[in-house]
Design a protein around this ligand. Sequence first.
Ligand SMILES: [Mg+2]
Length: 229
Amino acid sequence: MNNLQAIVFDLDDTLYSERDYVLSGFKAVGNWADVNLGIDRNQGFTTLCNLYHQGVRNNTFNQWLAIHQIENPEVVTKLLNVYREHSPTISPFAESIDLLKTLTKSYKIGLVSDGYLQVQQRKWAALGLDLFFDTVVFSDSLGRENWKPSTAPFKLVLDRLNIPPEFSVYIGDNPRKDFCGARQLGMSTIWVKRSDSEYGDLQPPSLEYHPDLSIDSLSQVLELVRSWD
Ligand SMILES: [Mg+2]
């Protein structure tokens, strides 16, 4: 790596813990269900958290309503909307802020993040990180077909930063989608592989999905990129 000029980050589970977003959403759902379904908010929240900790991911609200003897697809849709539309209470990892404060002095900083546009925008507003970033790309604004591992959001972020891919690095947590498109363009890639994160145990599905380097924590980024200069 020569002349690193731009550092581009993923958002969820890279700059903050997505688990905090999930719990924040469960709290909103618990509050809504207390008022509208008569389910005690603390009990409801605790049951949602228990399902999450048991590994339930895709049909959490169906299972949760079944526990409370409610079977109504319209209620599931409503709960999903409450979850997606809530204003989250989330904070960046402490090391994210320390790192960004230092990096902004020497590099251009960008974001490429997947997920429903308005959901990601609400997370971004809650995290208060915008002041550190030169540009932010939510891939959903380019259409669902341009979510990672598409190269399109990476191309857009680099065009806006006006930096060629070979002078840039992408830092993310999910080997199933974060590194393939970035590498295809010629960016370097770093996997932040936290032992307690959602995707820490996943393996890249094939060679082209592999990152160039892996680290345990964002606090190792600074030393790494300085060694490239
Ligand atoms: Mg992520």
